[in-house]
Design a protein around this ligand. Structure first.
Ligand SMILES: Nc1nc2c(ncn2[C@@H]2O[C@H](COP(=O)(O)OP(=O)(O)OP(=O)(O)O)[C@@H](O)[C@H]2O)c(=O)[nH]1
Ligand SMILES: [Mg+2]
Length: 193
């Protein structure tokens, strides 16, 4: 897929102000700091598109990005960030659940997992939630450039085992540093368009 345009559309916190473009949407979810916003900038080749930070908790609302005027990517706040207040965590949770359960435009979710670490309880809960609602999910393993060659297979096995996933679930290791496998993600999106 050739990317001819990628633009920020809007940020929203509840159904009443979600945009109404009636285009296919793909959501990114994952722990705070796993690299969701960076991943958007990497796939669409524009480091200023989504705001990123080395400190967790950067993204605070659902952000829509319009790609090639034909589909949207939705960036979400991360889960599992200890410093976010309990009430804010609940608000993020409700907003993301509301989106995932009710959004007709949603085609698939890319769940991002840090390739260096064992998935957390929150990662497992999110995966089970997606499966329960029959939402197509693809795992993106981020920060591959930071994993030692010798650990690639071992880490993948730990991640698959912890998530207790299905044999046909797809895992795509990516890196914002060397752009590894970015074309594979675009190919997946293409199959829904
Ligand atoms: N080395 C390396 N660093 C990465 C990669 N992806 C993201 N990062 C770094 O990880 C940090 C967090 O990235 P973000 O994209 O802001 O993370 P996020 O998941 O959007 O975080 P929240 O908005 O807080 O939920 C930043 O310092 C990025 O530069 C990668 O593939 N390789
Ligand atoms: Mg972010």
């Amino acid at each position: 897929m050739k990317i001819s345009s990628a633009n920020y559309v809007v940020g929203a916190t509840n159904t009443s102000n979600f945009p109404t473009m009636n285009l296919p949407e793909f959501m990114l979810c994952g722990r705070s700091n796993v690299g969701k916003s960076t991943f958007i900038n990497t796939i669409f080749n524009n480091k200023y598109l989504a705001k990123t930070s080395s400190k967790p908790g950067k993204t605070q609302v659902l952000n829509w990005f319009l790609i090639n005027d034909c589909f949207c990517i939705v960036d979400a706040p991360g889960y599992g960030y200890a410093k976010v207040s309990k009430s804010q965590k609940e608000a993020f949770g409700i907003m993301i659940e509301d989106y995932l359960v009710n959004r007709e435009e949603l085609k698939a979710v890319f769940q991002l997992i840090d390739y260096r670490h064992q998935p957390t309880e929150d990662d497992v809960l999110m995966y089970n939630f997606l499966k329960y609602y029959n939402i197509d999910v693809y795992f993106i393993l981020t920060k591959e450039d930071k994993v030692k060659k010798n650990d690639l297979k071992k880490n993948l096995n730990i991640i698959m085992k912890t998530l207790d996933c299905y044999d046909n679930d797809k895992f795509i290791p990516v890196s914002s540093v060397n752009r590894n496998n970015i074309d594979k993600v675009l190919n997946i999106i293409d199959t829904y368009l």
